[in-house]
Design a protein around this ligand. Structure first.
Ligand SMILES: Nc1ncnc2c1ncn2[C@@H]1O[C@H](COP(=O)(O)OP(=O)(O)OP(=O)(O)O)[C@@H](O)[C@H]1O
Ligand SMILES: [Mg+2]
Length: 619
């Protein structure tokens, strides 16, 4: 039960938004449940009129008339009145059928069942209307949450896990709400109303019947746990399989080059087998509910017949009772199935609760200060930082005046990209602060901060949109003329107009339809159009050949004009035009100066330059 409660506690605020439809659905569900009882009651009335008891109905209650309360008397009065109205329309033993009765008999049951059927339909419709919207809202919330989380969260998570959050887990809640909510109203009311009709017919018999109910609880609880375990296994395997597919698709070149198709296919097949295994466990738990309840119910049935024979009940009572037993066990089975369903979906819901509670490690300031256009300097003050435990930067200090073109060199892993990451506030320093014009960057909103910066990194990401849209994504209100100007400045215009649809050409998933250098130039155009005063280039030309590099370098020189630039580069020649170069080693500045000074020196930079010159000569 507490799982159902947790699903609803979680879904509650979402359901509240659509309360009007929800209430409609619930009320219709209640009417549906009551109509089940009513059909049974009407059947019983009809049967007792056609096959009358030895004793008239009034006599049955006659003995206890004195004891019955005023309320009951009122009820009986209503019933008598209804009987009087219905009497000419309903057949009676010993009375020949007249026209009215024939019409009533022909129409009564279709009308009753149609009423019940359509009410059930409307109730389910309203509930589905609500649950579809709830799940859509929830999906958007999960997506919004994911987009608000910081990079460290994504470093910790796998792609499969994240995708399952957005699609799989929300789908499991959808299943609960779609199937669960309407049944959760309809079925218990059906059980209750049937219960009351049964009590009306014979309370001892009813008691006898319902004694078997608690017996069902034990196996149902066990089955629920089993279903939850299966769902857990299912989600975990699904996550691994999704990750595998994403990894496979995004590294298909490497996979083919290293003949990894067969092992990857084997891994996929293993996940698929595991999924089948967990799914079948879930099916076992779910499908076991019906036979279990039926078996337990069947024990009752034998006893019931014996009891009826022994107490000489009327034929009509017996028929209605057996119909009622059949009618009451169907909703009981459904409620039990619901329990299993909620257990099954609860694991997905718990995952959703967990992700929605996740907080970004880079927090937006509660009251963000405004950030005027960059005018003076960027200052790293005693900055220490580590991704996990090993320190990457320790007491790092650096001042970059406005307009300076700063080159950052250093061996792989020395902390160059980390510096850029911290400036963009993808992570917060563990100690120290980063100031922009004397303002701590953690006190301004990240969108304000990042609107002053443009980043071109080595791993270019293009979206599966047109070239123009890919360039404009740096600026939402860019005109076509601006896009073209940016492309020209980035030396991209020439190749773009040769593409099949020019600026309207789609670049494919992650820009696969373009070459590395072309992608790079589009990324530079994207940074250019942003017109941001600070430009960070993280190995923007590392992947290019000499020709492409020369072009991209010219593009960078174009865009770097009048801007403050931080350029990270392995290929030292690209830093030749920088005003100043710092050399990092283990997160510390070990050298700094102009290109000419450093290249002559005997330090890290000099050694690197020598190695590269040697390589250049050798090639
Ligand atoms: N997301 C991360 N999680 C944990 N450690 C990281 C992460 N990113 C980088 N590191 C570690 O931080 C250190 C500095 O990394 P950084 O990316 O800043 O190096 P880099 O100087 O840019 O190197 P390269 O020239 O190879 O790009 C490395 O030792 C690296 O292992
Ligand atoms: Mg790097």
């Amino acid at each position: 039960m507490n799982r159902i409660a947790s699903v609803f506690r979680f879904g509650g605020p979402y359901l509240k938004r659509y309360w009007a439809r929800l209430v409609c659905g619930i009320l219709l569900g209640i009417v549906f449940g009551l109509s089940n009882g009513a059909i049974l009651g009407i059947s019983k009335t009809l049967l007792s009129r056609v096959f009358p008891d030895e004793k008239p109905v009034a006599n049955q209650t006659g003995g206890t008339t004195k004891k019955i309360s005023a309320f009951k008397e009122q009820l009986l009065a209503v019933r008598d009145k209804l009987n009087k109205v219905a009497d000419p329309w309903l057949p009676l033993a010993g009375r020949s059928l007249d026209k009215k009765e024939i019409i009533a008999l022909l129409l009564l049951f279709p009308a009753l069942f149609a009423f019940r059927g359509y009410i059930g339909y409307l109730s389910s419709y309203c509930m589905a209307w609500v649950s579809e919207r709830v799940v859509s809202d929830l999906r958007q919330d999960v997506f919004r949450k994911l987009s608000s989380l910081s990079l460290d969260f994504f470093n910790r998570s796998t792609m499969g896990d994240l995708i399952t959050h957005v699609s799989g887990d929300t789908a499991s809640l959808q299943r609960s709400l779609n199937l669960g909510v309407s049944d959760l109203i309809k079925e218990p009311i059906t059980i209750l109303s049937t219960f009351f009709v049964l009590v009306w017919i014979d309370w001892q018999l009813t008691l006898f019947l319902f004694i078997f109910l608690p017996v069902c609880l034990v196996p149902i609880t066990i089955l629920g746990k089993k279903a939850r375990r299966a769902a857990k296994g299912n989600i975990k395997t699904n996550v691994s399989q999704q990750s595998l597919v994403i990894e496979f698709l995004s590294s298909i070149r490497v996979i083919k080059a290293y003949n990894l198709e067969a092992p990857q296919t084997r891994r996929f097949a293993e996940h698929s087998r595991n999924l089948v295994h967990h799914a079948m466990k879930g099916v076992q738990a779910k499908e076991m509910v019906n036979p279990l309840i039926e078996t337990i119910g069947a024990f009752g049935l034998g006893g019931l017949i014996i009891y009826i024979l022994a107490t000489h009940k009327s034929g009509a009572d017996l028929a209605v009772f057996i119909a009622a037993v059949a009618a009451v066990y169907a909703p009981i089975k459904k409620v039990a199935g619901l329990h299993v369903l909620f257990q099954q979906t609860s694991f997905g819901v718990e995952r959703l609760i967990k992700i929605l509670r996740e907080q970004p490690s880079v927090r937006e300031p509660l009251q963000s200060k405004s950030l005027p256009p960059f005018s003076k300097e960027i200052r790293f003050e005693n900055v220490s930082f580590s991704y996990r435990n090993d320190p990457v930067l320790e007491n790092f200090n650096l001042v970059i005046p406005r307009g300076m073109k700063l080159g950052i060199a250093g061996e792989s892993g020395s902390g160059k990209s980390t510096l850029v990451n911290l400036l963009f506030r993808f992570y917060d320093p563990v100690k120290g602060r980063i100031m922009l014009d004397g303002q701590n960057i953690s006190e301004v909103s990240t969108s304000d901060l990042r609107s002053q910066m443009a980043l071109v990194s080595q791993d270019i990401v293009l979206f599966d949109q047109t070239v123009a849209e890919n360039i404009a994504c740096g600026k939402s209100d860019a005109t076509h003329a601006q896009i073209e100007a940016a492309a020209k400045a980035a030396y991209a215009h020439e190749f773009i107009i040769k593409l099949p649809q020019g600026y309207g050409t789609r670049v494919g998933d992650r820009g696969v339809l373009l070459s590395g250098g072309q992608r790079q130039r589009i990324a530079i155009a994207r940074a250019f159009i942003r017109q941001a005063p600070i430009l960070a280039l993280d190995e923007a030309t590392a992947a290019l050949d000499a020709q492409a590099e020369a072009e991209v370098q010219a593009a960078i020189d174009n865009i770097a004009e009048h801007r403050t630039v931080l350029a990270v580069a392995h290929r030292l020649s690209t830093l030749a035009k920088m005003d100043k170069i710092i050399v990092l080693k283990d997160g510390k500045i070990v050298e700094s100066g102009t290109f000419a000074e450093l290249v002559q020196g005997r330090g890290v930079f000099g050694a690197m330059a020598q190695r590269q010159a040697f390589v250049a000569v050798a090639s």
